[in-house]
Design a protein around this ligand. Structure first.
Ligand SMILES: Nc1ncnc2c1ncn2[C@@H]1O[C@H](COP(=O)(O)OP(=O)(O)OP(=O)(O)O)[C@@H](O)[C@H]1O
Length: 290
């Protein structure tokens, strides 16, 4: 069994650009295909990287795997659980590290934040306390645990996010661009921390999205290059480079498979017009997933 597996996973969004637009273009509506028949297999204990430019579909894939949004077509399994039909079991077996620091309570201390989120997992209070202390140790924040969250540095806030993702002791941890808001030094420290503490010590499977080549190379056992919703190549960074030519970099591999000069180039999946289907719910005037 794979820790993560997707089969022809596809996600399309219907784009509504406003009420008038919906009336004027009543015969058509725009569909944006963000993921197009994505197939990946991640082994237990692996660090698997999703490498792609802005807009490639990385967050969409992670959101589907974390059961936050539904796919349009195809299947996805996390720890053997179907993310659509067995969402509850899948959720219980995974952790999600989001870069959104506003999802913490800024006036509460680090310890109080972790205790609060642990309580949401319905854990007994004794487990809440012991798990919180264990994770504060893991992320090396015990000495600042009673200080308010707002006083933490960006790197410390990210470490708190990782601690929160580990509260339910998940087998798989999803991380959506965890070093996005960090300076190069703090990013390096966080990568080291993920490798040494979360992978080597805790034995977790990590699924990480990034648009940084050095991060993918340093951290990941295998990498999938995602561009315009499609997996263009996958393998270990070494295999991918060796498959091209001697002395080439992961950046060359990326350019070779995507035709883009760099990862900073935006991914632009094109909307496709399809005949209008009956709209469900109150979606007119805003973007709505199908
Ligand atoms: N709810 C939505 N409705 C319509 N389009 C969406 C929605 N969510 C995402 N998209 C579109 O899907 C595409 C992929 O977005 P996604 O956030 O998955 O990319 P990404 O690779 O994570 O990019 P980034 O690195 O900038 O976070 C983008 O073009 C985005 O505008």
């Amino acid at each position: 069994m794979y820790s993560i597996e997707t089969r022809d996973l596809t996600k399309s969004f219907v784009l509504y650009r406003g009420f008038l637009d919906a009336i004027r273009r009543s015969g058509n509506r725009d569909i944006l295909t963000t993921l197009d028949r994505v197939n990946i297999k991640v082994q237990e204990g692996e660090v698997y990287g999703l490498l792609g430019p802005n807009g490639a579909g990385k967050s969409t894939l992670i959101k589907i795997l974390c059961t936050l949004i539904l796919p349009s077509e195809g299947e996805a399994y996390v720890n053997g659980y179907d993310v659509v039909k067995e969402g509850q079991q899948a959720r219980e077996s995974l952790g999600f590290v989001t870069t959104d620091e506003r999802s913490f309570y800024w006036r509460l201390s680090g310890r109080e934040n972790l205790q609060f989120f642990a309580t949401l997992y319905n854990l007994p209070q004794s487990v809440v306390r012991s798990r919180t202390e264990e994770l504060l140790d893991v992320v090396r924040l015990k000495h600042r645990a009673d200080e308010p969250f707002y006083s933490y540095s960006a790197g410390m806030k990210q470490q708190m996010a990782i601690a929160r993702g580990l509260l339910n002791d998940p087998a798989v941890l999803f991380m959506d661009e965890p070093t996005r808001s960090l300076d190069p030094g703090a990013a390096r420290n966080l990568r080291k921390f993920i490798k040494e503490k979360i992978v080597a010590e805790k034995g977790k499977t990590i699924f990480i999205s990034t648009h940084q080549l050095d991060e993918a190379e340093e951290l990941c056992d295998r990498v999938a290059i995602l561009d315009e919703g499609k997996i263009k190549a996958n393998g270990s960074p070494l295999e991918l480079k060796a498959g091209l030519s001697q002395g080439c970099t992961l950046g060359d591999v990326f350019s070779h498979y995507t035709g883009k000069a760099s990862l900073d180039e935006q991914s632009t999946p094109f909307p496709v017009n399809i005949p209008r289907q009956k709209s469900r719910g109150r979606g007119i005037g805003r973007r709505r997933g199908i």
